[in-house]
Design a binder for this molecule. Structure first.
Ligand SMILES: [Zn+2]
Length: 198
């Protein structure tokens, strides 16, 4: 029997020279691909390969364009800590009226890798009842072989750490082939306060 459907709102924030960010159609395409791939992992699950069907759905809450005004070049940024420039952009965006206070904010940055070698970063933050996920994705995360990077970072947003199993969504680096979610990961993820109604 399927678990009840849960929903997470996701906003995309494109910065200057982020891959596939130069036109509205390109931004839409990259963001939708990340949401679709995350839904394959966290909603449907690759159940034929042993994943659970976790039934967490990521939805497009909006795409915002900072491509003319904001540069965040991953190549110049160490990690940890989570980049201050990414936090600032998310906080600036969250200050706008009408923004959902429980959501994941994905910042598409320029450059191929952070100084740590990471192509994606993910975490969460809260103030009072506001609780939000923060994700940064480099240009390499747009490559097909890295297509589950957002799904992996969403796992960090849900509070999950890394897995040592090569076919697990929380392995680093994440496989490009049918990454799995375990029952225990699904149980943790479904309790996340970033999920609508939690
Ligand atoms: Zn990771």
């Amino acid at each position: 029997m399927a678990l009840p459907l849960l929903t997470v709102d996701v906003y995309a924030l494109f910065t200057k020279n982020a891959k596939l960010g130069s036109s509205v159609a390109e931004r839409q395409k990259r963001f939708q691909a990340d949401l679709d791939n995350a839904n394959r992992v966290w909603k449907t699950g690759f159940i034929n390969n042993g994943s659970v069907q976790c039934n967490i759905q990521f939805v497009n809450a909006g795409i915002y364009n900072y491509s003319d005004t904001k540069t965040i070049n991953s190549e110049t940024i160490p990690y940890p800590p989570f980049p201050g420039d990414v936090n600032s952009l998310i906080n600036q965006f969250r200050a706008r009226s009408g923004i959902k206070k429980r959501a994941i904010f994905v910042v598409y940055v320029s450059g191929n890798k952070f100084k740590s070698g990471d192509i994606g970063l993910g975490g969460y933050q809260f103030i009072g009842s506001d609780y939000w996920g923060k994700v940064a994705l480099t240009n390499l995360a747009a490559d097909n072989i890295n297509k589950f990077t957002f799904a992996h970072e969403a796992g960090h947003v849900f509070g999950l750490g890394h897995s040592g199993l090569s076919n697990n969504i929380m392995n680093a680096p994440v496989t490009s082939s049918s990454p799995l979610v375990t029952t225990s990961q699904c149980t943790t993820a479904r309790k996340s306060k970033v999920i609508r109604g939690n």
